[in-house]
Design a protein around this ligand. Structure first.
Ligand code: AMP
Length: 280
């Protein structure tokens, strides 16, 4: 694996890669969820480029940019063992040099839910992902379904800007008890970690209720109440369609999306409703 921090060096190394190239963008603090993306990428392309960049543009002023976990050496060892060809580690000056003035803003799917709760977040995501695509020029890119809305924003951007690469979503990797793996789980105290399970549990109960034809609004209210009772402050638990518009009555496939804060840690999760189930 080549670990590269310089853009010219990245371009030279990229030009040497023959065949297809997959990109797996991350913010590091890697876990089994990230490694599932790398595995899927390896199965699909000749070479995998993984990027680690904690992107200031996607953090709000009162969010966790400063304390976001950084563990570059451990991450590099995991990626090397996973068979990654290039680890691209740009710094802030490389990504946002003096005079940087462009922002990609995806309306609609980027405005609702987390877009409303975290103003500017998806502009930061779309802009940095567009830059990473421009730097690495991949044939295919892998993103986790864990960040369902992010995946929708990126698909919209790639279609709208004719970026000409394929976007593949990978199912959410979970801890043994069902909590979605996240770099932010490291923030949780033991008590918070135990309570955090209420988020996926309540959401799964709502999925079962809604699929069993219970009233959608009632099922969502029950889920919010359970998550609140476990000690979370709920941002939203909503049933949405593929365009992330609210679904009042289940007809076909939908997705249950949730976001809630426990202590100082904000967790998100999502589940399929009424459609094909995830294999794990
Ligand atoms: P992050 O480092 O949190 O920005 O995530 C980098 C990529 O890994 C994104 O595409 C995420 O959706 C994906 N990812 C994060 N957690 C998981 C998970 N538990 N399962 C699958 N993919 C994940």
């Amino acid at each position: 694996m080549q670990t590269i921090r310089d853009l010219n060096e990245l371009r030279r190394a990229r030009a040497m890669l023959e065949g297809t190239v997959a990109i797996v963008p991350t913010m590091g603090a890697l876990h089994a969820g990230h490694l599932a993306l790398v595995e899927a990428a390896k199965a699909r392309a000749d070479h995998v480029v993984t990027t680690i960049f904690v992107n200031p543009m996607q953090f709000g002023p009162n969010e966790d940019l400063a304390r976001y976990p950084r563990q570059e050496a451990a991450d590099a060892a995991l990626l090397e063992a996973a068979g990654v060809a290039i680890l691209w580690l740009p710094n802030v000056a490389t990504m946002y040099p003096a005079g940087f003035a462009t922002k990609i803003s995806v309306a609609g799917v980027g405005d609702v839910l987390d877009g409303a709760a975290r103003p500017g977040h998806f502009d930061g995501v779309a802009t940095v992902v567009a830059k990473l695509f421009g730097q690495v020029r991949p044939d295919v890119a892998f993103f986790g379904e864990k960040d369902w809305q992010q995946l929708a924003v990126i698909r919209r951007m790639v279609a709208d800007l004719t970026m000409g690469l394929e976007i593949i979503g990978v199912p959410t990797e979970r801890e043994a008890d069902g909590l979605a793996r996240s770099s932010r789980n490291a923030y949780l105290s033991a008590g918070e970690r135990a309570a955090a399970l209420a988020l996926p549990m309540a959401m799964k109960a709502a999925v079962a209720a809604i699929e069993g034809r219970a009233d959608v609004a009632v099922s969502l209210a029950e889920a919010r109440a359970k998550v609140g009772a476990a000690g979370f402050v709920v941002d939203y638990i909503e049933l949405v369609d593929a365009g992330l518009s609210p679904v009042g009555v289940l007809a076909g496939e939908a997705r249950l999306l949730g976001a809630a804060k426990i202590g100082t840690t904000r967790l998100i999760d999502n589940f399929a409703v009424g459609g094909a189930k995830e294999k794990r």
